[in-house]
Write a protein that binds this ligand. Sequence first.
Ligand SMILES: [Zn+2]
Ligand SMILES: [Zn+2]
Length: 155
Amino acid sequence: MARDRSELARDLLRGARLRCTSQRVQVLACLSGMTGHFGAEEALAAVNMLPRPPVSRATLYRLLNDLEQQGILRRVLLSENCSRYEFVGPQDRHCHLVCASCGRVEEVRSTVLDQELRHLGEKYGFSPDRASLEVTVASCNECERQRARELTNGD
Ligand SMILES: [Zn+2]
Ligand SMILES: [Zn+2]
C-alpha cells in the first residue's frame, strides 16, 4: 500500500513538473492518504508521524503551496484566516457549502453549476478549469437549531 502511494506521489510530481526528491515523494505519499479536507496543521501532524519526519514546517508549507499551484491540491477557503486542502482528481469538480458558525463543509456536485462556471469563465475571459466555488452561509440548520435551543433555555 505504502509502495502504491509512493508511486502515485512520483506520478503526480512528474506530471506537475515538480522535482521528484525522495523527501517530496515521502511527504506527498503521506498526504495522499489523507481524505476529505485537511488543514496545514493536520498535514504537519501526519508528516510528523512518519518514522523519520522528512521536512520542517516551513518546507511543508512551501510544498503545500507548490502542490496547490500545480493543481494537485486545492485550497478551500473557509474564512479569511482558515483554509483547508483537498486532493482533486481531474474529473472531480465540486463546490463547497460552508457554515461560517461551525465550519461544517458540504461538498456539492452539480453539472448545472459546472456549466454555469464554464459559461461565466468564457464570457469574462477566465479559465474555468480550476474554478472553485465556496458558498459561505452564516449558519447551517444545525447551528440554527442550537441557537434556538440556547434562546429557549436562556429564559
Ligand atoms: Zn471538497
Ligand atoms: Zn453550522
